[in-house]
Design a protein. Structure first.
Length: 116
């Protein structure tokens, strides 16, 4: 399974970005998909996740600003990021869970930089 993340870039404080992560090559059904981020010198943290249904979870730091969505037909997960802050600067990674083979796959990451 390959996960291709895109959409990162440089944006000013208050701006918006939309990240995409497309999965390909999977023979089995993907259940949950999530976005994580890792800032320099910090641990990777969960930003948002969405199940194969409609349930979603968010880190407290992004609630009300970020929205995760999913197009199951395209095996793609999105992260709409609004009202961006400098503390959102990080490399953002997507992952996909495939319960049938008890495996979580990770994308290569896309860098988001928010300037103050």
């Amino acid at each position: 399974v390959q996960l291709q993340a895109s959409g990162g870039g440089l944006v000013q404080t208050g701006g918006s970005l939309r990240l995409s992560c497309a999965a390909s090559g999977n023979k089995y059904t993907i259940s949950a998909m999530s976005w994580y981020r890792q800032a320099p010198g910090k641990q990777r943290e969960l930003v948002a996740g969405i199940t194969s249904g409609t349930r979603s979870i968010y880190a407290d730091s992004v609630k009300g600003r970020f929205t995760i969505s999913r197009d199951k037909a395209k095996n793609t997960v999105y992260l709409q990021m609004n009202s961006l802050k400098p503390e959102d600067t990080a490399v953002y990674y997507c992952n996909a869970e495939i319960p049938a083979i008890a495996t979580i796959y990770w994308g290569q990451g896309t860098k988001v930089t928010v300037s103050s």
